[in-house]
Design a protein around this ligand. Structure first.
Ligand SMILES: *[C@@H]1O[C@H](CO)[C@@H](O)[C@H](O)[C@H]1NC(C)=O
Ligand SMILES: *[C@@H]1O[C@H](CO)[C@@H](O)[C@H](O)[C@H]1NC(C)=O
Ligand SMILES: *[C@@H]1O[C@H](CO)[C@@H](O)[C@H](O)[C@H]1NC(C)=O
Ligand SMILES: *[C@@H]1O[C@H](CO)[C@@H](O)[C@H](O)[C@H]1NC(C)=O
Ligand SMILES: *[C@@H]1O[C@H](CO)[C@@H](O)[C@H](O)[C@H]1NC(C)=O
Ligand SMILES: *[C@@H]1O[C@H](CO)[C@@H](O)[C@H](O)[C@H]1NC(C)=O
Ligand SMILES: *[C@@H]1O[C@H](CO)[C@@H](O)[C@H](O)[C@H]1NC(C)=O
Ligand SMILES: *[C@@H]1O[C@H](CO)[C@@H](O)[C@H](O)[C@H]1NC(C)=O
Ligand SMILES: *[C@@H]1O[C@H](CO)[C@@H](O)[C@H](O)[C@H]1NC(C)=O
Ligand SMILES: *[C@@H]1O[C@H](CO)[C@@H](O)[C@H](O)[C@H]1NC(C)=O
Length: 497
């Protein structure tokens, strides 16, 4: 497909009704990592509600950045970090609320701020589940590095993991998750390279609450362009099922146009590394009321090829064009056509690089079950990230089946000598692929539940040396007699057959 140009025009056919969406944060998870002095707060500028990570991660150490950097940094979320000097891999596991979409925007922010007083910039890797996302490097202690990706997940769990590559302790400042829907981002995983509101003045920024999805729009100005704007709202677009996630009206209400009306517009983008396929979303809306004798019409050329010809953006309505290019650079020209009396304009642009995420994950029902078992027994092992992937970081005491497809199943659970008290956890019943279960040498009490006999793949069940009582369910005895199950239960004085 090299050299192939995909393009598409999407425009809103039907409704001109501007839907009013209540801008609430029910679809956000916003975490201020390392926050200790309070459990949560609402950011004054953005009104985003941030919570501490103290209750969602059991590893790492919270730190404040140095007072020098703190006074220079208005963004409160950057004042604390969580660092991970211990352990090769540490993960945050975020869970989407039930019933929400599985299309996520995940954003992580990092500012070193000399939090450890060492004046030594670390370098480490960030992973999304089992997939490498990026290597984080810093130019200086006050540089804010932001990583953002939009992707369709295969489960409700999002694991963001930091890997120590022996070049300094990993740390993180902010972690944000937004649930998307009805969107223009049709592709499986798009790593953000740039998102610009071309009418924005230097030093300004647009995000929530102006952008209901909390995308962050920054300015992009050159001396060859000037900004124009309107005070009227631009239709954001909607489908029968809800709002489209076009740029918000405040972004579309302004645009860049050539400073010299006789010129065309050029936009260059070099990601700085050999990116794979680049995606450029260009958004247009006419924001000047044109006279009868006025026309604005232009062609879009991307990397020398025509993407679309004779474009005349609609008055106060958004359209977008998407260029998908295999080259690791973008050169975009908006050239006015001969019949145009006005120069081209462009309101906003987003550039993404396609990420090849394998998306291998443990089956969600198994993850749910093992998470519940972990909290039921208060298990303190280094159980982080996805239970079965990547294989190198399989949870201690677990084994999984690797069947070539993307989904992993938990096949073995060994909690022997784990200091377990309480009953046999009911969630074990939900580990439907389990073959080997060792609960020996704990302080388990109560009866042996009959659901264990319904785990159809269970071949080994070791209950020795506990404080179980009552009688063993007859189906288990039967299975052990006919050779389908290897059952051991000695060392439970109050347990009988
Ligand atoms: C927040 O938005 C969601 C979905 O958009 C909606 O279901 C919910 O009722 C809203 N909550 C409030 C308090 O407005
Ligand atoms: C830190 O690095 C960033 C990115 O290279 C740069 O924009 C900024 O000016 C630098 N700050 C200082 C204080 O050197
Ligand atoms: C809109 O344009 C006017 C006139 O050029 C300018 O004074 C004003 O600052 C602009 N407003 C915004 C929000 O950019
Ligand atoms: C990018 O690819 C080009 C050609 O394939 C190669 O010459 C160049 O060294 C590569 N650059 C990096 C940073 O990998
Ligand atoms: C368009 O019409 C207006 C008056 O209606 C006139 O002032 C203007 O010069 C015309 N512009 C062009 C490009 O013909
Ligand atoms: C677009 O305009 C630029 C500058 O005016 C010009 O150099 C370029 O050749 C034009 N592109 C095409 C394909 O006409
Ligand atoms: C994506 O990664 C998989 C596994 O690592 C590989 O088999 C596949 O060829 C890659 N696809 C692309 C487009 O790079
Ligand atoms: C996990 O299972 C595989 C294949 O069944 C086996 O080769 C491996 O030794 C097991 N690993 C552990 C830690 O039990
Ligand atoms: C199960 O865990 C115990 C305690 O960690 C260990 O001694 C035993 O070897 C493990 N069993 C298997 C089959 O790996
Ligand atoms: C062994 O007994 C169990 C429980 O009664 C039964 O479901 C299973 O089919 C039997 N298997 C064989 C090989 O007889």
């Amino acid at each position: 497909m090299a050299g192939h140009v995909l393009f598409a025009i999407f425009q809103l056919a039907s409704t001109l009704v501007v839907l009013v969406q209540s801008q609430n944060q029910s679809r956000f998870i916003s975490i201020d990592c390392g926050l200790v002095d309070q459990p949560s707060y609402t950011d004054e500028t953005t009104s985003i509600y941030y919570t501490s990570d103290a209750n969602i991660i059991s590893t790492g150490i919270s730190h404040s950045i140095s007072s020098k950097h703190k006074t220079q940094t208005p963004k409160r979320q950057l004042w604390t970090v969580r660092s991970f000097p211990e352990g090769e891999r540490n993960c945050y596991t975020l869970t989407a609320p039930q019933g929400s979409s599985r299309k996520f925007l995940v954003r992580a922010m990092f500012m070193y701020g000399n939090y450890d007083g060492e004046n030594s910039l670390p370098k480490f890797d960030i992973y999304l589940g089992a997939d490498w996302w990026d290597t984080l490097v810093f130019q200086n202690a006050s540089e804010i590095v932001t990583k953002e990706i939009i992707y369709a997940a295969s489960s409700d769990f999002v694991h963001v993991c930091l890997l120590n590559t022996n070049t300094g302790a990993p740390f993180i400042s902010v972690l944000e998750l937004r649930f998307l829907d009805y969107d223009v981002y049709l592709f499986s995983s798009l790593d953000l390279l740039a998102r610009h509101d071309l009418g924005l003045l230097d030093g300004e920024l647009v995000r929530f609450p102006d952008d209901a999805y909390d995308r962050i729009w920054t300015p992009y100005n050159t001396k060859d362009w000037k900004q124009i704007n309107t005070s009227l709202p631009v239709d954001q677009g909607s489908t029968s099922s809800g709002l489209m996630n076009y740029p918000p009206s405040i972004v579309m209400r302004s645009a860049a146009t050539p400073a010299n009306a006789g010129n065309n517009m050029e936009f260059n983008f070099l990601p700085g590394y050999n990116a794979s396929t680049l995606y450029a979303y260009m958004y247009f809306a006419e924001i000047q009321k044109l006279q009868e004798n006025q026309t604005r019409q232009f062609d879009i050329f991307v990397n020398g090829g025509l993407l679309s010809a004779d474009i005349s953006p609609f008055y106060l309505r958004t359209i977008y064009y998407l260029a998908v290019k295999p080259e690791p650079w973008l050169n975009i020209w908006l050239n006015r056509t001969e019949r145009s009396t006005l120069p081209p304009l462009c309101n906003a642009i987003e550039i993404y690089v396609e990420k090849n995420l394998s998306q291998t994950q443990t089956q969600e029902t198994d993850v749910d079950a093992i998470m519940n078992i972990k909290s039921f027994y208060g298990i303190k092992r280094n159980w982080q990230g996805d239970p079965c992937t990547p294989q190198a970081y399989l949870w201690d005491g677990l084994n999984c089946s690797y069947d070539g497809s993307g989904t992993r199943r938990i096949t073995s659970l060994n909690l022997s000598s784990g200091g377990l008290t309480r009953n046999i956890a009911p969630d074990i019943y939900n580990l439907k692929s389990i073959e080997y279960l060792d609960l020996s040498d704990n302080n388990l009490v109560g009866e042996v539940p009959s659901f264990l006999a319904q785990l159809q793949f269970l071949k080994v069940l070791d209950l020795e040396d506990n404080k179980l009582s009552g009688t063993i369910p007859s189906e288990l005895i039967e299975k052990s007699k006919n050779g389908t199950l290897k059952l051991s239960f000695g060392g439970n004085p109050n347990l009988s057959m």
